[in-house]
Design a protein around this ligand. Structure first.
Ligand SMILES: [Cu+2]
Length: 248
């Protein structure tokens, strides 16, 4: 009986430590929803400890939603319409300008009236995804549009052995319904400068697209150097003042 006491108390202590560690680990693990929300706040797309040279994966989170151009909404304040004034966006009602830091949050498009667009992580067009050739690209997509289903096509990628990640609605996958998430997984091949875009209706011209850049593995014969400091990304699109459904 005397020997059982210490054994029992050791077992209890061990059990308590295991329970505590499990709870701690569960707390430390970031859920997909937390990642989606984080990138929605920052406007970026991919985890910083992925997508770099030497990483096996490139993991990104895209939240799709509608937004209005030429409109500003401060925290806890009513929305304010904007108008162009000498190359800047100012308040429509009283012509007052905004602080520079606020201006970065506006979706201006061409500054012509307020119209509905689709944003990716709050950005129009969507954030750049930059992966390294050969990496496994994992992109989680969350559709927060109220009534529109969607898919995302990874333009320029061959999708060998992963046809279900090609993002062609009704052909390679069922569309992602409002409120649903879907995860694309594919190999980053071939390298090059391309883009991702919606593959349903007029969603691409409404803003659901963004740069997709695959950097070649070092040491390859390529026509021009693509990793210089001066390197920047430019992306252009069709733009309609009328509703895109009417223009199609
Ligand atoms: Cu395409």
């Amino acid at each position: 009986m005397n020997e059982q006491g210490p054994v029992m108390s050791f077992k209890c202590t061990y059990f308590a430590i295991v329970v505590l560690l499990t709870i701690q680990q569960a707390k430390l693990q970031t859920t997909d929803k937390e990642w989606f929300d984080r990138f929605l706040r920052t406007g970026e797309a991919c985890k910083s400890n992925t997508c770099q040279l030497g990483d096996l994966t490139c993991e990104c989170f895209l939240t799709i939603d509608h937004a209005l151009t030429m409109r500003y909404r401060g925290e806890g304040q009513p929305a304010v319409l904007l108008k162009p004034d000498k190359g800047k966006a100012v308040r429509f009602d009283n012509g007052h300008p905004f602080e520079r830091s606020r201006e970065d949050t506006f979706i201006l498009a061409d500054g012509y009236k307020s119209r509905i667009v689709i944003v990716v992580n709050g950005k129009f067009p969507g954030p750049t995804i930059t992966a390294r050739e050969g990496q496994e690209v994992i992109v989680h997509v969350r559709n927060l549009m109220h009534t529109d289903s969607t898919t995302i096509h990874w333009h320029g990628l061959h999708q060998k052995k992963t046809p279900w990640s090609d993002g062609v609605a009704f052909v390679t996958q069922c569309p992602i319904l409002p409120g649903q998430n879907y995860t694309y997984k594919f190999n980053a091949k071939p390298f090059g400068t391309s883009f991702y875009h919606a593959h349903i209706g007029d969603q691409r011209t409404m803003g659901l697209y963004g740069p997709l850049i695959i950097i070649p593995t070092p040491g390859q014969q390529i026509s021009s150097q693509q990793e210089k400091d001066e390197f920047f990304v430019a992306i252009i699109q069709d733009w309609n003042h009328d509703d895109d459904e009417d223009a199609l």
